[in-house]
Design a protein. Sequence first.
Length: 474
Amino acid sequence: MRLKSLNFRFACSSIIVSPLYLVGGAVRDLLQGDQPKDIDLVCKNAKDFACRLGECKKAAVVPMEKKPDEPCYRVVDRENPDNFLDITEMRGPTIYDDLGRRDFTINAIAAEVRKDGTIGSLLDPFAGIKDIEHKTVKMISRESFISDPLRILRAVRFSAALGFTIESKTREEMKKRAALLPEVAGERIMTELLLILKTPFSASFIREMDQFGILDVLFPEIPPMKGCQQNGFHHRDVWEHSLLTTENCEQILNNLTDYFGDWAEEVFRNLAENNRLPLLKLAALLHDIGKPSTKGIHANTGRITFYGHAEEGAKLVDAISERLKLSGKDRNYLALLIAGHLQGLHLAGNRIKTTAKMRWFRKMKEDLIPAIILGMADVKSSLGSESTGKWRNYYFEWSKDMVRDYYKTIKTRLASPNLITGRDLINLAMKPGPEIGRLLTILRNAQDTGEISTREAALALAIRLLADGAGKTA
């Protein structure tokens, strides 16, 4: 296999050092006929070359802390920060030594960069090109996972993202070394997990990670879920139900039009932001993580119960988020989904008042959409004798209606400002204090449900409520 014409040139070719190599994923992408997502270069005196290139291109040079023993410098276009390349110090005396320290054969291929900036010959000491052709992820050596256990997750990620199969000896070594994963920094682990979960068919790889023993190591909270039996709404134990929920969540996400019709594009945009989609899949996997510690038996019926498991699950997930160094925003989002994953089931009943639904909408805002999808996946995965097809079909239709209503009217209604303020209530002779806040909440609920839609109607309702003493008891 040969590289296609790359037109890989530097404007400042006169400063190019020798030897200089294009390495890693960039070479792999080019060999597959894809545009490289990242450009990685290796040379001696990487810092000096990066600084000279940055000066020539009037670009910023940012030291990257990938690993302390592998100095790396990112040269970033000041006018287009998405345009950058990474320059890493060569490990060992030669490029062959450097390639021998890499993770997998498919990433241990180098392409020489000539003085004029063009691409020269390929160096492939570990037959990585052959493994690319055969779509195989293969470790460089048995030391690969010992020197950096994160490579266990990277193997899964490459398999999921590229559609490659992990070679058998590599799989065995991954199982053997999975116990080393806690040595890896939490943020590095989370980065790889999110990349895996972003792939469209990640659920099968989640099962594979479970078979490797990876998940039990990363999440010590999972083993108690295995073998934890449930009530008649479920046909599997807590863990198997959670895996099935993840699969069904992904099935919904991959077929949004089938589930949400004309509103599928809005749903897609909602989930495309930041890490919302992969974290929704993680929420599906961990939504019942609080069940083992809350399991009980009803004294009168002998029925299995899990009272408070959603709230307990949110606490456990918050601790996991801290351990894996999620951002505050991602941490709150994940905990909110876990804590509220039963809310839709409660609200779907016909007797629930509109005000209760609107309170849920106001609390969840944009997070309402992933919460509804999580609820759908949960119900879709509950196939016990007490869960009927009629109920599941009803819940799916209710969920679709909620998404439609949210985008059609409710989102705009929730975004509208309050019709009156606390100052207006003071002008109605209310004294400053918590009663004002409580009355404003009542008025806001009336506004959200459409009971009032003008300032005049809000003032009239406030006067009526004050006459009835609602300001003191709301």
